[in-house]
Design a protein around this ligand. Structure first.
Ligand code: C5P
Length: 211
């Protein structure tokens, strides 16, 4: 059984010294990669920049941008399951500057952004045969969590969505609470430490794949 995961933030260069990014620590994705490997699953983790060590027993590929992350995921396929845990930057500077930008109308003040590829949606839309049997994503929401997460599952073409209430200190924190949304129903995990949540959802993924 093979799994491919994304984790962490992406980093989108503005110029040689600046970038766009977010507060994802990568902890939940790394913990999930480790928990899946502990169940005997062959795991490739495609990670944006984090302060974490590579999880034991996991092939870890380090990338910076969303486009590099998508390419590394495609390289790591085929797999039985793809799990998008990364907090991918939705936007990137259209043309990163080769020199440090100045604070005027031709520089930072005129920064143009373009949309990044949606990795989860791209993998979920692969044709049968190339598409992993189970495609799962995370929905980090600060309000109306379940409504947004149910909608996200359908819009992204994912089989499963883990809805994640990030209104507290989840991003960068040690604990988490998740609601798993599948076509068959909804299950709550936690509140618990992220590695405990990871063990529980790894079991759920393993169980679904073994069926
Ligand atoms: O739309 P939103 O960013 O909230 O969706 C979250 C889910 O989609 C996560 O599973 C995330 O890893 C994935 N995603 C992605 N590529 C993007 C944006 C989000 O894979 N560009």
């Amino acid at each position: 059984m093979r799994a491919v995961l994304t984790a962490g933030p992406t980093l989108e260069p503005i110029d040689p010294v600046r970038f766009l990014s977010n507060r994802s620590s990568g902890r939940q994705g790394y913990a999930l990669a480790e928990a899946l490997a502990a169940l005997g699953i062959e795991v490739t983790l495609v990670s944006g920049p984090t302060a974490l060590n590579d999880p034991p027993g996991v092939a870890t590929v380090r990338v910076e941008t969303a486009r590099e992350m998508l390419a590394a995921v495609e390289d790591a396929l085929p797999a039985d399951v793809f799990i998008a845990v990364a907090a991918v930057a939705d936007w990137r500077p259209a043309e990163p500057s080769g020199v440090k930008l100045k604070l005027d109308k031709s520089g930072i003040g005129a920064l143009k952004l373009v949309e990044n590829p949606d990795i989860l949606r791209t993998i979920a839309a692969l044709p049968p045969g190339a598409r992993p049997r189970l495609v799962a994503g995370f929905a980090a929401e600060t309000h109306d969590m379940l409504v947004h997460a149910r909608d996200k599952r359908l819009r992204k073409g994912a089989d499963w969505i883990f809805a994640n209430d990030v209104s507290g200190d989840v991003m960068g924190g040690t604990h988490n609470t998740l609601t798993l949304i599948t076509p068959d129903g909804e299950t709550r995990f936690g509140p618990a430490p992220k590695d405990e949540i990871a063990r529980q959802i790894a079991q759920a993924l393993h169980g679904a794949l073994a069926r």
